[in-house]
Design a protein around this ligand. Structure first.
Ligand SMILES: [Zn+2]
Ligand SMILES: [Zn+2]
Length: 522
């Protein structure tokens, strides 16, 4: 038993070689040669997959993306690529389906089946690499009464100029400086904390901490809006959301261009977000006493048979109530850190490393000791019945039908990430990159590296004909699928062949440093 398992050894070797340890097996049929084989695709490392090799690679890609955009000297050109044949076909097909849907609706038929088809098609269109939505929003956006509109806070406002670049400064000797900012924003205090654990868990405001975490991304959006208004240009940013020791999310943000430090602090202090959701301070249904689903009707009160207000009705009621208060108002805490960073300095490099430091860790991971695990457990408990979104089944507890209500919903059983111990309320994206940051998507950065390696190897990176291969899934237990240990070692051998080849090229190129970036890209 003291002998390590062959599989574990193979996994260790794979990790050491930067090879994906959770490969996804795909069957590939080459319709030109007729050859069929199983290909191992890298898992791509989502937080759930926990593949250290892909996580490391993702982190390096993010760092490259961050570096490229931070001190951009020229305006990024945003020109979408020409549509491919498949993309054009999808759009035409969608137009066709839309026409049929509209015709059905016009003849008084229920168009919901067609709507479902359209939703699926829109997903396909996005998967096919097209951004945005063909017809903008399909559902009309709710118009709120003026009173409820979030006011722009009282902040200085500069005239908007049409640029994404920050100002430059020239020194006496003619050297041009391109200063940028590194900003850290934190949520307020919920009670005293020592070593990431509340000193007094009884008085620590878990309820507020939970709501703040749930709505954190909205607050960040507001901050960016205010920042742009004050700065007077189209400010671009690369930000990452990370867990603090006390398990609250906080934000590191690389900002292109610069503003006076005091002004950034002023913006952070003035920024807030109001959550206009129905009240949920009164529990109406719990335990076994829960609303009952009736087909074609919705959820009804188990005692009176009265239909509970739908999400839209509850919002309308809120709009008409002049005394209504927002469910929650979220603001940043006093701790705002603003740092000036110049292009190409070790300081800038350190910030970039810092920005991607936690990318591979989830919020509730790496808990230190019993006290912190208990703290996390109390946090999860506070999130248990907190509605995380309009569609959250927890609304039933407070007598409102969730948006898109359907049979089988029960409070406390929401499956959204927000309630899970590893997310602790924050289910949003961990990396937030503004649209005109580096002019490239992550996929394009990936392609850059691939092109680089292929060039180094003297191979042209010609795009393969998308119709040449037919891909299908490989089911576990497929007799053609080799054991995972064998597959990993095969990938390692392949990786080592690449490396050897690169090293050879390096020697031939006589001193040219190919290995540094090439190894990571391979
Ligand atoms: Zn992987
Ligand atoms: Zn939920």
């Amino acid at each position: 038993m003291a002998q390590p398992l062959a599989r574990e050894v193979a996994e260790e070797v794979a990790k050491l070689n930067g090879v994906c340890v959770r490969p996804v097996a795909l069957r590939r049929l080459d319709i030109v040669t007729g050859k069929e084989e199983i290909i191992d695709a890298p898992c791509g490392a989502t937080l759930e997959s926990k593949c250290p090799s892909c996580a490391k690679r993702n982190r390096q890609l993010r760092m490259a993306q961050c570096r490229e955009g931070w001190h951009l000297a020229e305006e990024p050109v945003i020109s979408p690529d020409a549509a491919t044949e498949e993309q054009r076909w999808l759009i035409e097909f969608r137009a066709d389906m839309q026409a049929r849907r509209d015709a059905a609706a016009k003849h008084g038929e229920d168009p919901s089946d067609w709507d479902a088809v359209l939703v699926g098609l829109d997903e396909e269109i996005n998967i096919a690499g097209m951004r945005g939505h063909v017809c903008g929003r399909t559902a009309p956006k709710r118009v709120r009464s003026t009173r409820r509109r979030q006011d722009a806070p009282d902040l200085p406002k500069r005239k908007m100029t049409n640029t994404t670049l920050g100002r430059t400064f020239e020194s006496a000797d003619g050297k041009v400086y391109r200063p940028s900012l590194f900003v850290t924003l934190t949520l307020p205090s919920y009670g005293r904390v020592r070593d990431g654990v509340p000193v007094d868990p009884e008085t620590y405001d878990y309820g507020r901490a939970a709501r703040d975490a749930l709505h954190f991304s909205k607050l960040v959006d507001r901050f960016v809006q205010n920042l742009r208004r004050v700065a007077g240009y189209d400010v671009q940013y690369f930000a990452s959301v990370e867990p603090q020791k006390r398990l609250a999310p906080h934000l590191h943000m690389a900002i292109r261009g610069t503003l006076p430090r005091a002004e950034v602090k002023q913006i952070a202090a003035a920024t807030y977000h109001q959550v206009w959701w129905p009240p949920c301070d009164q529990v109406r249904f719990e335990g076994e006493h829960l609303p009952i689903w009736q087909d074609g009707v919705g959820y009804v009160d188990p005692d009176t048979g009265e239909v509970l207000p739908t999400w839209d009705q509850a919002l309308d009621e809120l709009d008409q109530d002049d005394t209504a208060e927002p469910l929650h108002v979220i603001r940043f805490g006093d701790q705002v850190d603003v740092k000036g960073v110049a292009a190409g300095t070790p300081d800038a490099d350190q910030c970039i490393r810092y920005l991607s430091k936690y990318l591979t860790k989830s919020l509730g991971e790496n808990l230190n000791g019993r006290a912190q695990r208990e703290h996390a457990a109390r946090f999860v408990e506070a999130l248990r019945y907190e509605p995380c979104s309009p569609t959250c089944p927890n609304w039933l507890r407070y007598g409102v039908q969730p948006k898109g209500a359907k049979a089988g919903m029960a409070p406390g059983r929401c499956r959204s990430k927000a309630h899970k111990p590893e997310h602790l309320g924050y289910a949003g994206r961990r990396v937030l990159v503004s649209r005109k940051w580096s002019n490239k998507t992550l996929a394009e950065h990936k392609q850059d590296r691939r092109t680089w390696v292929l060039e180094a190897l003297g191979q042209a990176d010609a795009p393969t004909d998308p119709h040449r291969y037919v891909w299908s899934q490989v089911k576990p237990g497929d007799p053609d699928l080799a054991p995972i240990g064998v597959r990993l070692l095969r990938s390692v051998a392949e990786r080592q062949r690449w490396r050897a080849h690169l090293r050879e090229l390096e020697v031939r190129a006589n001193g040219q440093d190919l290995s540094a970036t090439g190894e990571e890209a391979a």
